[in-house]
Write a protein that binds this ligand. Structure first.
Ligand code: GLN
Length: 544
């Protein structure tokens, strides 16, 4: 295998338990390296068999994050983009399923020339080929690779073995291994405990990797003695024991890692120059985030609300938009199944703005429609995303146009008025994986619309993930009654944005704006939605 030119590689593994935040640590390291002028990309290798998370229920795996090139990926890629402000692609997320799929396709084609195809070397070679793919483009100084799951899992073994081989191939100063573990605090003993970390590091050694840097998640600061013990037992330098304290917000983590000199350690081990990072913009963002001068309440109506990861990018977009407005955004997650026409006023009474979330299937649809009716009639700022926009169209068609039985054919294939429907090219599709309208599409905005005001220009590109579309046969009728299509795909004529004319802020998007909001570029629609919510709050305050 050819040695990848130019790029240097950092591999991040995890142990002791899942959910320690490998994605945030990887993103923070990436951001700290980028702040020194290095070009960085982060990729995630997931050990599950699905080809991608596109077919996974959010209860299984949280949000499915979509890239510009239409890849359905792990939600950690969202963190990479939010922290680095750089787009990712299909190449940034690879699963065991994809690796096996590639190898089996080659085998069927006869590429292995009669050889027995085995985990080693064929699967590990395919993993390494994917490890090095982005580095070989010559675009990056450093490629950070996060290995999903925990060390010791049967399914992650081929990935760890490929990391071991990669180290050998890359040679000195081109490879760094970071291991993220947990240092639990035992209440009864009143002590932080290192044993689980020792075991995890030992497991990693058994699999052929000596970690260079140990990042230790902990709820309490690590005393020097404990750091020394970890260094001794885990066979790392004392200054390579990095403390990762629980933080009030994920956006604090780069600053905490900067204090612990994580990036300096990586730069030393990679023999890269150690310049001073420029963290001004990031600190400025944190300053605005932590010192809000105003506050708004936003209700998010969705069907996976008990699961915080299901709407990760929406939650983070509110953080970015809040900071941009120096406004604390209190998000209340409301299950759409609990809302109906009778209780909508009560349920949404403290909301200064309502976002109706994306989703699939029938559950909770009628609740979303009731919530939309209430905010439309009461002039409360509304933001509908994907299914949220489709529900706004259904609600308007039923209650303003009087089209009884208006529905999406996703819910009712025999709807009398299929205001949301499948396009011709979707009708023959039977496979579920990777077959929706996915990825970035152009959109042209109407002059003077709320969307135009938000973006400040007329030509935009946003990411999609849906099968159904607004049915253009109803466009003239809706527009005549005041619901305007203000964003149109220039190639297909499909409606991408719907707005209400007689309303302070009522915007529904067929695309997912939340996928493009970053710390450096808060999404303009979220920023203006929060502005509208602030304005609504001010005018609703009783005059004393
Ligand atoms: N279920 C709808 C569709 O497939 C909306 C999808 C979404 O909200 N992402 O068109």
């Amino acid at each position: 295998m050819g040695k990848p030119k130019s790029a240097k590689y950092v591999f991040v593994t995890g142990g002791v338990t899942s959910s320690l935040g490998k994605g945030i640590i990887s993103a923070s390291l990436g951001m700290l390296l980028q702040a020194r002028g290095l070009s960085v990309t982060i990729q995630k290798f997931d050990p599950y068999i699905n080809i991608d998370p596109g077919t996974l229920n959010p209860y299984e795996h949280g949000e499915c994050y979509v890239t510009d090139d239409g890849a359905e990926t792990d939600l950690d890629l969202g963190h990479y983009e939010r922290f680095l402000n750089k787009p990712t692609s299909q190449d940034n997320n690879v699963t065991t399923g994809r690796i096996y799929h590639n190898v089996i396709t080659k085998e069927r084609r006869g590429d292995y020339l009669g050889k027995t195809v085995q985990v080693i070397p064929h699967i590990t070679d395919e993993i390494k080929r994917n490890f090095f793919k982005l580095g070989e483009t010559g675009q990056y100084d450093v490629v950070i690779t996060e290995i999903g799951g925990c060390v010791g899992d049967i399914e992650s073994l081929p990935f760890i073995e490929a990391v071991r081989q990669a180290k050998l191939e890359l040679g000195p100063h081109n490879f760094v291994s970071i291991h993220l573990t947990l240092i639990p605090y035992l209440e009864a003993a009143g002590e932080l405990k290192t044993k689980p970390t020792q075991h995890s590091v030992k497991q990693l050694q058994e699999e052929g990797i000596q970690t260079d840097i140990l990042v230790c998640r902990s709820s309490y600061p690590l005393p020097l003695e404990l750091r020394k013990k970890l260094a001794l037992f885990c066979n790392v330098q004392l200054n390579s024991v990095i403390e990762a304290l629980d933080a009030p917000t994920i956006y604090d983590v780069p600053i905490l890692m900067s204090k612990e000199k994580l990036a300096e350690r990586v730069l030393t081990l990679l023999k890269l120059p150690k310049s001073k990072p420029d963290l001004e913009a990031w600190k400025d963002f944190l300053g605005r985030l932590k010192n809000p001068t105003e506050e708004v309440n936003i209700a998010v109506v969705g069907k996976y609300v008990e699961l915080p990861d299901a709407y990760k990018s929406i939650a983070e977009s509110f953080v970015h938009a809040g900071a941009a407005n120096e406004c604390k955004v209190n998000v209340r997650w409301i299950s759409s199944e609990t809302i109906d026409d009778k209780n909508a006023a009560r349920t949404l009474q403290d909301a200064d703005g309502v976002l109706v979330a994306p989703g699939f299937g029938e559950r909770g649809i009628e609740g979303k429609i009731s919530a939309i009716r209430y905010v439309r009639e009461n002039q409360i700022p509304f933001f509908g995303i994907c299914l949220g926009m489709q529900c706004a169209v259904i609600e308007f068609s039923r209650h303003v146009l009087g089209l009884k039985g208006a529905a999406s054919t996703e819910i009712n294939p025999k709807a009398k008025h299929p205001v949301i429907d499948l396009m011709e090219d979707q009708k023959s599709i039977t496979d579920k994986g990777g077959t929706m309208r996915l990825g970035a599409y152009a959109c042209h905005l109407s002059k003077g619309s709320k969307s135009h005001q938000a973006y400040g220009h007329l030509h935009i590109s946003e990411r999609h993930r849906h099968r159904y579309e607004f049915n253009n046969q109803y466009k003239a009728q809706l527009e005549a009654a005041g619901m305007r299509a203000t964003g149109i795909n220039p190639d297909s004529g499909l409606v991408e944005i719907m707005e209400l004319q007689e309303h302070p802020w009522f915007v529904g998007t067929q695309f997912h704006p939340e996928l493009k909001s970053t710390v450096q570029n808060p999404h303009p629609l979220f920023v203006n939605f929060i502005k509208a919510a602030l304005a609504y709050k001010k005018q609703k305050l009783p005059v004393i």
